[in-house]
Design a protein around this ligand. Structure first.
Ligand code: 5GP
Ligand code: ZN
Length: 116
């Protein structure tokens, strides 16, 4: 799907809003979350607009793998060898607030399970 003018993360991908970008690939962009929940909290997004992980998997399955591989590279660069968490919140009840799919990369502290 092409970029949506009304989408916050499409605007960040296009450079229309500043973000602390830590990694880029042909299909993905990774930037620090503005409200970090861990010492490392990075969002990895596809350049293309899809509302959630399921829609991305349906339309662009290779990009799901690209998101995970970008997250792996960021985790290595951040020194998260002790472990890290990858999360796709999907739908409002799960806490999704931005409806452009994004993979949360969280690390740098002990992370409880299950999350709240
Ligand atoms: P969700 O709740 O949809 O899974 O995650 C959305 C995330 O986007 C939140 O963690 C929130 O802090 C982050 N966020 C919201 N607006 C911005 C922004 O303008 N810039 C950045 N870098 N992160 C944002
Ligand atoms: Zn978008």
């Amino acid at each position: 799907m092409t970029a949506s003018e009304d989408c916050l993360f499409c605007t960040i991908v296009a450079g229309g809003i500043p973000a602390d970008v830590v990694h880029e690939s042909d299909t993905t962009v990774a930037f620090r979350d503005v409200n970090p929940q861990a010492p490392t909290h990075v969002l990895v997004v596809p350049r293309s607009h899809h509302a959630n992980a399921g829609e991305l998997a349906r339309h662009e399955p290779a990009t799901v793998a690209a998101l995970v591989d970008s997250a792996r590279q960021v985790a290595e660069a951040e020194g998260l060898g002790e472990g890290y968490r990858l999360v796709f919140n999907t739908g409002a009840q799960a806490g999704q607030t931005v409806f452009h799919v994004h993979l949360h990369l969280l690390g740098g502290r002990d992370l409880g399970w299950p999350p709240g």
